[in-house]
Structures are given as structure tokens and as C-alpha cells.
Design a protein around this ligand. Structure first.
Ligand code: NCD
Length: 311
């Protein structure tokens, strides 16, 4: 049995095959409409979510399966003090696969140790968000035809943004990737990611403070929201929240084929006028998340032979 807790739980080859399957599903969804008949997905969301939870649920429903779960910690027995280990032990008898989002880093990892069913990390605190990364890679591959050979700018809250951490971890596995980290000093990429992930990869990287400075060289611009819920005080958040706002004027400096991504939700880091630009792909990206999660559910339930190495 396999879980997806960290993006590296799937090898680069497995990831590639899973994204190819997502592409096939997107192409002919009707062929997959009954693959999960009789299967149940549990969505255990201890922290707010719109896209991730609903795209997981939509994915399972589109595969013919059913869903159950909760969307905040208050409506679950966690409010009574139940541990993650006990919750997942019990859910193992109620569902065939579980997606868990938790405000504590490492909670889905603990859950996987006690689970009798595959567990997917749907975001753990400021740590990792592997299914968002699969969605991001899917969009990059669809638009650019490849992951390697690109200059990728990651902009905003690189400290607390779990989507950024997972995306970097995955991207270092491709050839000739160049990273540009665009953030205020206080929201820089964590040292452990730079030292343990980026530096050993040998890929060129640099940190800058101004988006305009690097815009002309980027192939992909990955915007992120300042993660208000992870700040210790509101004053710091208020001071940093508008550090970067992508406007049509700034985007004018970008390449014609630039790919602008955002995991969403957007607060105000992307001016709404940018939405009309054909380079703005974040809503398309969110749509792709359903197909990626369909492919993942099939894979972890053992219904898509040939994707995982041991198959
Ligand atoms: C992201 C998350 O939850 O980390 N959202 C998502 O899953 N699409 C990004 C964010 O909340 O800023």
C-alpha cells in the first residue's frame, strides 16, 4: 500500500506516468466514470479549504465513487481531543482512501502510520502540499511540454507557503531548472529547503526582492498568497501582505509565452485585470486539479496498473 505524504513519495517516473494518466482522463472522462463504483473517499479537513477538498470530492464522484468527511476540526471529534492516529484507525473501516488536511506539520505522516487505507496529504501546516504540486506540474507540462529547461520564479510567501516547498522539492528532479525566489526578507524560502533541496541539486538559484527586475527572464511565474494564518502577529501580516501585486503593467515586462500560476486562493497579489491575459492560467490550473486527483485516486487504489514501480 502506498501513501502520498511528501511529493518525493512518487518517483519522477511515477509522477510522469500519473500526469499522463490525468491527461488521458481529461481527454476522455466518460471512460473512467465507473472505475471507482462502490469505493469511498474520506476527506478529513482539519483546516479550511475550497479547491483541494472539493476537487478531491469531485474527482471521486466523477470516478463513480462516493465521499464522506468533515471540513473543519470543530465538527469532528478532534474538538473532543481525539488523536489523528485514532481518527484514521476508525476511518480505515469507513472508507477506502483518505485525504487529510491538517494545521499541524506531520499530521498526515502520523495518520499514514496507523492507516489501513492509502492516505493523501492535502496540506500540512506550512510544510508540504503534494497534490497541489502534481496539479502545478500538470499545468507546466501541458503548457510548456516539459518541466526541465525553464526559469521558474516563485513569488510571495516562500517561508510559510507549503505549495512552494513541495513544488521546489519536485522541480529539482528535472534537468536544467533555474530558480528565482522573489520574496521580502522576512518571507524567504526556509533555510532547510535551500540547503537540503536546492543547493544539492546543483541548479542555479538566486533570491531577489523586486518582481520587475526578473520578469523578462521568467518562463513560469508562480504567485502565492501571504499565509496570514501562519503569522504570529497581525501587524507583521499587514505590513507584508501587499509586498507583491502582479499588475498588467508588470506583466508587460514578461515573455509572450510566460505561464502565470497561482495555487489559489488569491487575496490581492494578482490584480483582477491580469485574469484577462492569456498568460494567466490559474483558473485552468485549478480545473486540472480534478483530473490529477482522479489519476491519483486510481493509482493509490491499485486501479491504474503500471503507474507505480512495484506494479
Ligand atoms: C493552497 C494551500 O492550501 O496551501 N491552496 C490550495 O490548496 N490550492 C495555497 C494557499 O492557501 O495559499
Amino acid at each position: 500500500m502506498r501513501h502520498l505524504i511528501d511529493p518525493l513519495d512518487l518517483s519522477r517516473q511515477e509522477t510522469g506516468r500519473l500526469l499522463d494518466l490525468a491527461e488521458k482522463i481529461l481527454d476522455k472522462p466518460q471512460e473512467f466514470a465507473h472505475c471507482c463504483d462502490g469505493k469511498i473517499l474520506a476527506t478529513l479537513f482539519f483546516e479550511p479549504s475550497t479547491r483541494t477538498r472539493l476537487s478531491f470530492e469531485s474527482a471521486m464522484l466523477r470516478l463513480g465513487g462516493q465521499v464522506l468527511g468533515f471540513s473543519n476540526a470543530q465538527s469532528s471529534s478532534a474538538a473532543k481531543g481525539e488523536s489523528v492516529a485514532d481518527t484514521i484507525r476508525m476511518i480505515s473501516g469507513y472508507a477506502d482512501i483518505a485525504a487529510m488536511r491538517h494545521f499541524k506539520e506531520g499530521a498526515p505522516f502520523v495518520a499514514a502510520r496507523y492507516a489501513k487505507i492509502p492516505v493523501v496529504n492535502a496540506g500540512d501546516g506550512g510544510h508540504q502540499h503534494p497534490t497541489q504540486t502534481l496539479t502545478d506540474l500538470f499545468m507546466i507540462q501541458r503548457r510548456r511540454g516539459r518541466m526541465g529547461g525553464l526559469t521558474i520564479g516563485l513569488c510571495g510567501d516562500l517561508k510559510f507557503g507549503r505549495t512552494v516547498h513541495s513544488l521546489i522539492k519536485s522541480l529539482v528532479r528535472y534537468e536544467d531548472v533555474r530558480f528565482v525566489f522573489i520574496s521580502p526578507e522576512e518571507l524567504r524560502t526556509p533555510g532547510y529547503i535551500l540547503k537540503e533541496v536546492v543547493e544539492p541539486s546543483g541548479h542555479p538559484w538566486r533570491e531577489v526582492r523586486k518582481m520587475e527586475e526578473v520578469m523578462p527572464e521568467l518562463d513560469v511565474l508562480y504567485m502565492t498568497r501571504v499565509q496570514r494564518e501562519r503569522f504570529f502577529n497581525e501587524e507583521d501580516y499587514v505590513r507584508l501582505k501587499d509586498s507583491y501585486i502582479l499588475t498588467p503593467e508588470k506583466l508587460r515586462l514578461g515573455k509572450p509565452e510566460l505561464t502565470v500560476l497561482h495555487p489559489l486562493p488569491r487575496v490581492n497579489e494578482i490584480d483582477q485585470r491580469v485574469d484577462e491575459d492569456p498568460r494567466a492560467l490559474y483558473f485552468e490550473q485549478a480545473r486540472g486539479g480534478v483530473y490529477v486527483r482522479m489519476a491519483l485516486i486510481l493509482t493509490l487504489l491499485g486501479l491504474a496498473p503500471g503507474i507505480l514501480e512495484e506494479d
